[in-house]
Design a protein around this ligand. Structure first.
Ligand code: AMP
Length: 182
């Protein structure tokens, strides 16, 4: 079921805007206020559960750190597993990594080499993060899912910062779904 405009507005209002964080000029979308609003959190998670119930997913992969929260709850609601995609150096076992550009310099994220059991069938994976800005993080995440031998079925974001155009770049490698385009 699609969310109504009123429901989208309710979700949007539940996300606090913090100006000039982490540096001047950035409007940080703070989802902690959504998480602490049980009606908003429940509306969001039930919507995602309903959307993805028919996708025959094997796994949800969430990007550190806010993608962990939405991703782990969704995986549990769908009765499937959760895989963390983490910043470099945090995962304890053998990893595959992917570098991507930031405004200044680069960053690197990793996934466990055996995150997906593709032995019987290629795993169908949903990638999730709280927000897409330039798209660099999500593209690296989708690439990691592929490198780990699975299929990225869709990349899902709660918030899409439209002006930054990241979604267009992500669409070149996987399907996408965004809830709030701001
Ligand atoms: P990007 O790689 O540019 O698409 O950046 C997306 C990642 O950075 C996500 O993991 C977001 O959580 C975080 N991020 C970037 N910009 C913001 C913002 N304005 N508010 C909250 N999180 C952000």
């Amino acid at each position: 079921m699609e969310l109504s405009n009123e429901e989208k507005e309710f979700l949007l209002q539940s996300i606090r805007k913090v100006y000039d964080f982490p540096k001047p000029g950035i409007v940080f979308r703070d989802i902690t206020t959504l998480l602490n609003n049980k009606e908003a959190f429940n509306l969001l998670m039930q919507h995602l559960k309903n959307r993805y119930a028919s996708y025959e997913l094997d796994c949800v992969a969430g990007i550190e750190s806010r993608g962990f929260i939405f991703g782990a709850v969704l995986a549990n609601l769908l009765n499937i597993g959760f895989v963390p995609i983490r910043k470099k150096g945090k995962l304890p076992y053998t990893t595959i990594s992917e570098k991507y550009s930031l405004e200044y310099g680069f960053s690197e994220i990793e996934i466990h080499i055996d995150a997906f059991d593709n032995s019987k069938k290629i795993q169908r994976v949903l990638l999730i993060d709280d927000l897409i800005a330039t798209g660099g993080t999500a593209i690296a995440g989708a690439n990691l899912i592929k490198k780990a031998g699975a299929e990225c079925i869709e990349a899902c974001f709660i918030v899409n910062l439209e002006d930054l155009g990241g979604l267009k770049a992500v669409k070149e490698i996987t399907k996408t779904y965004t809830i709030l385009d701001v």
